[in-house]
Design a protein around this ligand. Structure first.
Ligand code: SF4
Length: 317
């Protein structure tokens, strides 16, 4: 049978890089007050430039404003408006902006075809190290987000970070928690296995997560996750072609959003799509575009969004 490997042609809009957490491995954040938020007009100009190009997904990715901050509502409204704008302009939004209240998530469902949040790891050990100054990274807060998304019937992407001082047993525990949520709600479309790679702006220098470690994580994920959950790996964070191919052979089947910049790992350029397609073809595999919502979830989203998705299904390659 033909083996298909998917990716999402995407562009990332960043409402703000400011974030009240300080994860030591972060290459994204700026201090609150040191970043000008993206205006709707600036976003409109970017989206105009993307129309007619090979982009379907608009990933709305943001640093976090504290839930109790007086600026939280403005921050939330900007994120909502960006989703609305992206939809109006013919794109499919997917928002990933940190933990949300149940009400915030319910509202964002109206302007997103899917949403996401990494579980990262459920072990509390990382709260003493890389997440010592990151209140959003409490494992129970992350798992609650999966629960909210499930109850709200939001197609959801989650995942774990690898190489931050956790163990393989920790990966298994986190993956089991995700699998359990999937068994309850059936809303997890994909799980990202994201290997840590060092970057220029990190507070603490850590060694890279190698291909062999990622391969081991793919094998464990394949054993633990239900078969209807796709395993995603980010090709720009995998050093060699061999390691990438080994992970796919072991069961990874999605390469995530590919666009001009990986905002979370700006030191690692995305691989060229054509070259990746050739690399996969040599193994008998086909690289294919997908939408940010898997077809089995189309009926979960609001009617207006269903029409936008159907249109994109017709025009995507
Ligand atoms: S990794 Fe995310 S939550 Fe942590 S500091 Fe960076 S932007 Fe904030």
């Amino acid at each position: 049978m033909e083996r298909i490997v998917t990716y999402s042609p995407a562009y990332t809009l960043v409402p703000t890089y400011e974030c009240f957490n300080r994860c030591t491995y972060c290459n994204f954040r700026r201090n609150p007050g040191e970043d000008e938020w993206m205006s709707l007009e600036a976003a409109r100009q970017i989206l105009i430039g993307l129309q007619g190009k090979d982009v379907i997904e608009i990933l709305i990715l943001s640093g976090e404003v504290h839930p109790k901050s007086v600026r939280r509502q403005d921050w939330f409204e900007r994120i909502y408006q960006l989703g609305e704008l992206a939809l109006e302009m013919g794109f499919l939004p997917h928002t990933n902006v940190g933990p949300l209240s149940y009400e915030e998530m319910a509202q964002l469902k109206q302007v997103n075809v899917s949403m996401g949040l990494m579980v990262e790891q459920v072990t509390p050990d990382l709260l003493k190290t890389v997440h010592a100054h990151a209140p959003s990274k409490l494992p129970e807060v992350r798992l609650e987000q999966l629960e909210f998304a499930g109850r709200l019937r939001i197609p959801f992407t989650t995942g774990i970070l690898l190489g931050l001082g956790e163990t393989a047993a920790d990966w298994a525990e986190s993956l089991r928690a995700i699998a359990q949520s999937q068994q309850t709600h059936g809303h997890i479309q994909e799980v990202i296995l994201q290997p840590h790679q060092p970057g220029e702006s990190q507070l603490e220098v850590r060694s890279p997560c190698h291909g062999q470690t990622l391969l081991q994580a793919v094998q464990i994920a394949k054993e633990i996750l239900p078969s209807d959950v796709s395993i995603q790996i980010p090709p720009n964070l995998i050093q060699s072609d061999r390691a990438l191919l080994d992970c796919i052979a072991a069961g990874a089947e999605d390469l995530g959003g590919i666009g001009p910049i990986d905002e979370v790992n700006p030191d690692y350029e995305h691989r060229d799509r054509e070259l990746m397609a050739e690399l996969l073809k040599a193994q008998g595999w086909t690289l294919r575009q997908r939408l940010p919502i898997y077809q089995k979830y189309d009926s979960w989203i609001p009617q207006k969004l269903q029409l936008a998705v159907q249109e994109s299904r017709v025009t995507s390659k």
